[in-house]
Design a protein around this ligand. Sequence first.
Ligand SMILES: [Zn+2]
Length: 83
Amino acid sequence: MRYYNIMNAGELIKARNEIDEEMVELSKKIYNLKSVKENYEYEIWSKCEHEWITDPNAPCDDLCKRSCKKCELSMQPRAPVFK
Ligand SMILES: [Zn+2]
């Protein structure tokens, strides 16, 4: 739908700026969610009774080639992210 054709320049600028603000808010949300996810993964890594399997095609070093078939985390130990 080409609704922008019926908007004047002022309306378009306002609409564009609102999108910028929304993108900033969403970026902040993604950043926060990444931290929460990393903390969850730290706890999962500590608590899961891992069953390690090897993926010879993983593009990384030896520890990274081995991952758990339950939690899908690599064998590489991880640190918590405190926010
Ligand atoms: Zn696991």
